[in-house]
Design a binder for this molecule. Sequence first.
Ligand code: PSV
Ligand code: MN
Length: 414
Amino acid sequence: MIDQKTEYALFCDKYGSRGLDIEGVKEKLKQQKIETPSWGYANSGTRFKTFPWPGAATTTRQKLDDAAMVHKMTGIAPSVALHIPWDKPEDGDYKAMRHYAKNLGIQLGAINPNVFQDDIYRLGSFCNPHPAVREQALNHMADCCEIMQNTGSDILSLWFADGTNYAGQDSLRERKHRMQESLAQVYLMLPERSRMLLEYKFFEPAFYSTDVPDWGVSYALCLKLGPKAQTLVDLGHHAQGVNIEQIVAFLIDENKLGGFHFNNRKYADDDLIVGSVNPYELFLIYNELADAELSNDEMIRTCANNIAYMIDQSFTIEGKIAPMIQSVLNCQTAYAKALLVNRTELAAARRSGDVLAAHNILNEAYQIDVSPLLFKVREELNCPANPIAAYRESKYEENISAERGKVDAGSGYQ
Ligand code: PSV
Ligand code: MN
């Protein structure tokens, strides 16, 4: 059996001799960053049942502890997205929370305001016909912008449950105006050097219309707002068969791709492990990203290098921390393969109109066994070669299960 060092040397010989810069690819992989969501560590379920997972986090401190474990195992998950008020500390001390995270070797990431859980939002938040409700939603946004200053976050990540359930329920154009006007007010509240990312979703919880249904609407709204507003692509928020990589390419080219919520879907917003249903799609998305990172156009490179990569998954039956590690690793694998696409040969095949050759150049990269490269990356990042196995061997799960006790199954993400 050959050892990992020899395997990596063979890998470098094989792909280096085909003109790929393996050292450069390795360095890029070491720079990769994936943010994990605080809500992914807590018990969550479907509307039918929440199955409690032994030791699942109930406090934000525990969620941060778990996120730090994911970072320790992978080396590329150094920050955690917060949902407000799910992660509101009892004493309101976000600076202390930031300090706590720092001591664990991680950072607090995007702030996700919640304008969908209160009773007053029955008819929406920013698009609600009643100005007092819109005002309340704006006040929450102002609070979140203040929180960003204390947590050191530079991203306000917006998702709205706004929409209508029945034709005729409200004026679609008026709702559009209300959304644009409220977003414009949020834009003015943004802390210095921060951005707002606008997520879209074509259905759920509203069933007839949602007010930001797709990337085009998000894009149009962000365009009017200005450069600090960009679109966020959640992989679970498209209809069947939508070409997400094309959306990615378009938005990067317009300097409007701000971030991702990674997950995978089969039927709806299923919140499954990213890359578990369609790893090829994930690779194709990363192919667009890797391509943009190498672009000759500075604006495109800058846009690509500033994308916030975040996971948005709420696990129901697969555990909490191990599937989060798996999700991060799936992104790493997809990115590694995308970086190994031979872009010189691809450009030549495209120029000569050789459709099949161009297609197969992508497929060849997709089929590469990148494990020797990833072992090397992990070694240099001081991480275990097999993060899931190392996690299981660490007995972290047994320990938190004993320490935290059995958690009652709640319905939300708290
Ligand atoms: C909505 O489905 C969403 O994707 C938004 O990003 C929320 O913040 C998140 O899920 C958690 O509910
Ligand atoms: Mn999302």
